[in-house]
Design a protein around this ligand. Structure first.
Ligand SMILES: Cc1cc2nc3c(=O)[nH]c(=O)nc-3n(C[C@H](O)[C@H](O)[C@H](O)COP(=O)(O)OP(=O)(O)OC[C@H]3O[C@@H](n4cnc5c(N)ncnc54)[C@H](O)[C@@H]3O)c2cc1C
Length: 359
């Protein structure tokens, strides 16, 4: 999109018939609060702005805005208070239980002590939003989509595909979690592996969420909170009280769709080729956390799926230059919907002149 907005003629080459990877399997939760301090938070702020503009132009409905992160432990409240003292706390505030219950009647769990309110987040229904964005890019910006076409070899100014050659002034290789088809050695040098997540959809619970919901477990996982010194005490307590959740990388995100159903997840398991099977015990851990946060039994499960994304141990983004005029671009943490547009702008500026270039 960034290249098209610079007036370039853009061709997207994708081997799938329609978007089928992480971008349609995710929560569609564009998060700012909780992203790692520095570049990630800055990119998330910018991406959120772009989503707001593009959603309006491309008729992508925003399902809800903002984040409520509920805290059931004093250690979690301490992390939230510390977070609010940072520059990332701008626009956010701590809600006492009474305020939370009055403004968000679905959240009535007896154990909840307080909640962080962040106004920044947006939620889109990815499985509808991504195809709609593609249609809008094609009709409004003249982007060509070559689907069911595999990029086999990428060289300066040239992509050899399963259906012929595409010539280009600049090439961005965005392989998602495919680490072996194009530039496998360069990608391996960044220590990239894959992360598998389990996701569920629950039937309409009978209440409307006005924001996405997260819990204490998110404070130990999202770098914007987890890197604060106050998070150490919370981590120690979670190790004692929720070791199963930590072992399976379970934390809670709950977002709502237009039909009232809830998308709930997730878990994190790492491997070069993760198995494709959703484990019931892991789903149960996710649903236990849902019950603790919402103070009610989980509604009926209507869908289950797994998704994978590229993951690197020590970096959230990989940008590499395997050949002049070519960039490998990968988001190597679960935040592509939240930082992708800003990253696209940086890479386009870099490729077409005048931009920054992170490695
Ligand atoms: C379950 C889950 C939940 C998530 N939740 C969130 C969230 O709420 N918020 C958030 O910000 N992020 C979230 N993420 C992360 C986010 O979805 C990803 O970071 C992002 O979608 C990655 O986008 P991508 O285009 O790189 O990869 P993908 O969406 O996987 O797309 C990659 C595409 O490249 C194609 N491809 C690869 N190699 C080739 C080739 N050689 N030739 C042709 N085509 C090729 C694939 O076929 C695929 O279509 C989540 C991820 C998952 C899995």
């Amino acid at each position: 999109m960034a290249a098209a907005k610079l007036g370039k003629r853009v061709v997207v080459i994708d081997r799938d018939a329609q978007a089928n990877g992480a971008s349609v399997r995710n929560f569609g939760f564009i998060t700012v609060t909780g992203q790692e301090r520095g570049d990630m938070w800055r990119r998330a702020c910018r991406t959120r702005e772009v989503w707001a503009e593009v959603a309006a132009e491309a008729s992508v409905p925003i399902q809800h805005q903002g984040l409520l992160l509920t805290a059931r432990r004093p250690e979690s409240v301490a992390v939230l208070e510390a977070f609010l003292r940072t520059e990332m706390g701008v626009g956010c505030r701590l809600l006492a239980v009474g305020d939370l219950e009055r403004s968000h009647p679905g959240l009535t769990a007896p154990e909840v002590l307080a909640a962080l309110w962040s106004p920044h987040e947006l939620r889109v229904e990815s499985r509808e939003a991504i195809p709609r964005l593609a249609d809008w890019l094609a009709s409004r910006h003249g982007v060509t989509f070559l689907r069911e076409t595999t990029a086999l070899i990428v060289e300066t100014s040239k992509v050899t595909t399963s259906r012929g050659v595409v010539e280009a002034e600049a090439i961005a290789v965005c392989p998602g979690d495919d680490m072996t088809s194009l530039f496998p050695d360069q990608i391996a040098a960044h220590g990239v592996t894959r992360c598998k997540l389990q996701m569920l959809r629950l039937a309409d619970p009978g209440f409307r969420l006005s924001a996405g919901v997260m819990s204490d477990l998110g404070l130990a996982r999202y770098a914007g909170y987890a890197a604060l010194p106050e998070a150490a005490a919370l981590r120690a307590r979670l190790k004692l009280e929720q070791p199963g959740h930590l072992k399976h990388g379970v934390h809670l995100i709950v977002v709502q769709s237009a039909d009232g159903s809830l998308v709930v997840g997730d878990s994190h398991h790492y491997a070069a080729t993760p198995d494709p099977f959703a484990c019931e015990a892991v789903d149960r851990l996710i649903l236990d956390e849902f019950e603790a946060v919402f103070g009610r039994r989980t509604p009926r499960v209507t869908e289950r799926w797994t998704g994978t994304y590229a993951s690197a141990p020590d970096r959230s983004v990989v940008i590499d230059t395997p050949a002049p005029g070519v960039r490998i671009v990968m988001v190597t943490t679960g935040a592509g919907a939240s930082i992708g547009f800003a990253l696209g702008e940086e890479v386009a500026a870099d490729l077409f002149g005048g931009g920054r270039h992170d490695r």
